[in-house]
Write a protein that binds this ligand. Structure first.
Ligand code: 13P
Length: 250
C-alpha cells in the first residue's frame, strides 16, 4: 500500500491563543522528523498564533470550517480568502457537529468543498452515520450519500487534495470507538464509492481517516487495518501527551 498515514487534531472550541500556541510548540518539537502527515486545526481565533508556531515545520495548519461564499454580507462567517491569508492549508468540512448541531446539509457542504478546492487548499470531508442509522442497517448508505453529494462537481485533478474522514457520530466524544473491523468495513465501502466515481487508481490513493474516540491505546489497532489511513482526533488532540503517541503509533 502506497498511501501515507495522515494524523490530524481537531481542537474544536477549545483553547485561548496562548494555550493553543503552547500546545503547537510542544507538538512541533515532539513530531519533528515524524514520518506521517500531520495537521492541527485550532479555533479561528488561534489560527494566527498557531500558524506562527507551525510555519516551516512538518505540521499543517487547518481550519474547522469556512463560509460557502468568498465574501459579502455574512455576519459571523469566515471566508476561505481570510483563512488563506492566515496561512491555512486545509479546511475540515462537513464535521458531524456542523451537520447535526448547525444543520449543515450536503448541498451546503458541497459548496464549501468546491470553494476551498478552487482556492488551492486541501479539504478533509467528514462523513458518518448516527447511532439510529447504524442500528437500522443504513451506515453504508448514509456514508455513500454524504460522500457522493459532498464531492459533486469535484474534478479528478482536485480530488488529490481531498481526504475523507469517517467519523461515526455515536463514537465522537463518547469513548465508544468503532471496532477496527467495523471501521475498516466502512472505509472499504467508501473507497469503493470513490472507485465508482473516479476510478480504481483514485480509490487506491484516497486517504481515509477514522475519527471517534481515537486514543493512544487504540490508534495502532485501527491504523493496522488495510483501509484506515490515519485519524482525525478530537479530545485526545488537546494534549501533547495523548496526541503525540497517536501521531507516532507503531
Ligand atoms: P473525539 O476524538 O473527541 O471522539 O472527536 C472526534 C472528532 O470529532 C474529530 O473531528
Amino acid at each position: 500500500m502506497s498511501r501515507n498515514y495522515y494524523i490530524a487534531g481537531n481542537w474544536k472550541m477549545h483553547k485561548t491563543r496562548a494555550e493553543a500556541a503552547e500546545l503547537a510548540k510542544a507538538l512541533a518539537a515532539q513530531l519533528k522528523g515524524g514520518k506521517h502527515k500531520y495537521l492541527v486545526a485550532p479555533s479561528f481565533t488561534s489560527l494566527e498564533a498557531v500558524g506562527a508556531v507551525v510555519k516551516g515545520t512538518n505540521i499543517l495548519l487547518g481550519a474547522q470550517n469556512c463560509a460557502p461564499e468568498e465574501q459579502g454580507a455574512h455576519t459571523g462567517e469566515v471566508s476561505v480568502l481570510q483563512l488563506k491569508d492566515l496561512g491555512v492549508q486545509a479546511v475540515i468540512l462537513g464535521h458531524s457537529e456542523r451537520r447535526h448541531i448547525y444543520k449543515e446539509d450536503d448541498a451546503l457542504i458541497n459548496k464549501k468543498v468546491k470553494l476551498v478546492l478552487q482556492h488551492g487548499l486541501e479539504v478533509i470531508l467528514c462523513v458518518g452515520e448516527l447511532l439510529e442509522e447504524r442500528e437500522a442497517g443504513r451506515a453504508e448508505a448514509v456514508c455513500e450519500t454524504q460522500t457522493v453529494k459532498g464531492l459533486e462537481g469535484v474534478s479528478a485533478a482536485d480530488l488529490g487534495r481531498v481526504t475523507i474522514a469517517y467519523e461515526p457520530v455515536w463514537a465522537i466524544g463518547t469513548g465508544k470507538t468503532a471496532t477496527p473491523e467495523d471501521a475498516d468495513a466502512i472505509h472499504a465501502y467508501i473507497r469503493k464509492v470513490i472507485g465508482k466515481l473516479y476510478g480504481p487508481a483514485a480509490a487506491e490513493q484516497m486517504i481515509i481517516q477514522y475519527g471517534g474516540s481515537v486514543k493512544p491505546e487504540n490508534a495502532a489497532q485501527l491504523m493496522a487495518k488495510e483501509n484506515i489511513d490515519g485519524a482525525l482526533v478530537g479530545g485526545a488532540a488537546l494534549k501533547a501527551e495523548t496526541f503525540v503517541p497517536i501521531a507516532q503509533f507503531s
